[in-house]
Design a protein around this ligand. Structure first.
Ligand code: NAD
Ligand code: UPG
Length: 447
């Protein structure tokens, strides 16, 4: 690999992780952001996100002087040979990807183009954004200044971001020239030997197709789970039975409260808009989104079955993050479900080991927060499992039952064994598995 000077614009989950990994591979990397406090914290060694292994890797590369942080984006662009765009592309009010930040950055790059550079989009962007960025850069760049555009989408998973980036299953590179392709392929040599060379448009679509396919697997198994409940089958067995067929595979077949996070909800919606824009009615993806929304309301319906009304009841919610090992709460099930519980008259106590500060920004005083699992459960009428944190998986069920006012658990992640829950005397309603129903929901002794 030939060492490069790289500017990464946007120091969020993707920019910070990929910038750090490029530095770890020996490149000179400057991560830039418009958010002053994010950059000043990073300069003090304070990470803006929770991601296993990130802090240590940042520290090592800052000490080696291979990783730098700045808000001076113009200078970073001027100094770089490769400029990565890693800003957010959030869901707009109408459901498509909002390209405001990408366009802003393209203008900044254009204005500061002082020699040949490869401009790479890592943000998830609709097909055609490569051309859009090219047009903006050309508009603001000095006349005749050469540059190339590359689409190099990101596939990391939150909670496993460093691992995924240092050891990619594949890299996808769509470039406007062979020269640019070779530069970006060379940068990826330390991370993977599987490189898919595609057009810019194909690379852009690969990202959405990958996320939509995974989301489809989840909604498919959730639909099967809903059928299981009606016919007395167990979705975990169905999932195992189909997943052992290598053509299907076992991954992403865990039924539950539906997918959340910063990517699947927004990217399925953006793909629907991409399809609409080219005159294609993508019914499958509409159904995937619809099934997912339904999984959220189901949890509340399951709670109403044993409790009747929620008025005057207190419910404990186990897990605020959209999945374990992250503090990200974007489109987390808890953000939908806690307001539903409140609207039905319940008081809510919520547990999370890491995501409370992020959740508070969204939910405010809608619930009480605690990092103590058993304090959260204590004196509540029922608990709902929303995130498969290891702390929740390892819950002492005997102790939890003693602390609960009623032994009622709604499990949105299918964490516990049905026989165990039955023998312990829980009313236990999970997703796509037979209900464990204790006829009389007794008020148990609270220690
Ligand atoms: N989070 C993930 O797991 C993940 C994985 C793959 C792809 N993606 C995609 O990558 C992109 C970034 O996602 P993220 O989760 O890292 O977002 P994020 O919100 O965590 O970070 C984006 C950063 O860009 C900064 N920014 C915005 N405008 C800027 C500008 N004009 N100049 C400099 N910085 C600016 C913001 O301040 C923020 O720090 C999105 O398109 C997302 O869909 C995300
Ligand atoms: O069998 C499963 C697997 C996942 N999920 C849920 O699906 C969501 C997404 O999970 P995951 O894919 O692990 O998390 P993300 O960090 O959002 O990663 C996805 O989104 C990223 C952003 O585009 C991509 O880069 C990754 O490849 C893609 O996996 C979470 O709410 C999970 O709880 C399920 O409900 N059942």
């Amino acid at each position: 690999m030939i060492v490069k000077k790289i500017a990464v614009i946007g120091t969020g989950y993707v920019g910070l992780v990929s910038g750090t990994c490029f530095a770890e591979a020996g490149n000179q990397v400057t991560c830039c952001d418009i958010n002053q406090s994010k950059i000043s914290n990073l300069l003090k060694g304070i990470m803006p996100i929770y991601e296993p292994g990130l802090k240590e890797l940042v520290q090592t590369n800052v000490e080696k002087e291979q990783l730098h942080f700045t808000t001076e984006i113009e200078q970073a662009v001027r100094d770089a040979e490769v400029v990565y765009i890693a800003v957010g592309t959030p869901m707009s009010a109408t459901g498509e990807a909002d390209l405001t930040y990408v366009k802003e950055v393209a203008e900044t790059i254009g204005r500061n183009l002082n020699g040949y550079k490869v401009i790479v989009t890592k943000s998830t962007v609709p097909v055609g954004t490569g051309k859009l960025v090219e047009g903006i850069v050309r508009n603001f760049a000095p006349k005749g200044q050469a540059f190339d555009i590359v689409s190099n989408p990101e596939f990391l998973r939150e909670g496993a971001a460093i691992k995924d980036s240092m050891n990619m299953e594949r890299a996808v590179i769509g470039a406007t020239s062979d020269k640019a392709y070779e530069i970006i392929a060379d940068l990826h040599k330390p991370f993977t030997s599987n490189i898919v060379k595609a057009s810019v448009e194909s690379a852009e679509l690969i990202k959405y197709a990958a996320n939509a396919f995974l989301a489809t697997k989840i909604s498919f198994i959730n639909d099967i789970a809903n059928i299981c409940e009606r016919v007395g089958a167990d979705v975990t067995k169905v999932s195992e039975g189909i997943g052992l067929d290598s053509r299907i595979g076992r991954k992403f077949l865990q039924a539950g409260v539906g997918f959340g996070g910063s990517c699947f909800p927004k990217d399925t919606s953006a793909l629907l808009h991409i399809a609409e824009d080219c005159g294609y009615d993508f019914n499958l993806i509409k159904a995937v989104m619809e099934t997912n929304a339904g999984q959220r309301t189901q949890v509340v319906e399951k709670l109403l079955a044993p409790l009747g009304s929620l008025k005057g009841k207190t419910i404990s919610v186990l897990g605020l993050a959209f999945k374990p090992d992250t503090d990200d709460v974007r489109f987390a099930p808890a953000l939908d479900i806690i307001p539903q519980l409140k609207a039905l008259g319940a008081q809510v106590k919520a547990f999370d080991p890491i995501a409370i500060p992020e959740a508070k920004k969204q939910l405010g005083s809608l619930c009480e927060y605690s990092e103590d699992l058993y304090e959260t459960i204590k004196h509540t009428d029922a608990c709902i499992v929303l995130t498969d944190w290891k702390e929740v998986k390892g819950l002492d069920l005997v102790k939890a039952k003693r602390l609960l006012k009623r032994p009622v658990m709604i499990d949105g992640r299918n964490l516990f064994d049905l026989d165990v829950m039955h023998d312990l005397g829980y009313t236990y309603l999970s997703m796509g598995r037979p209900a464990v129903y204790i006829e009389k929901v007794m008020v148990s002794h609270v220690i």
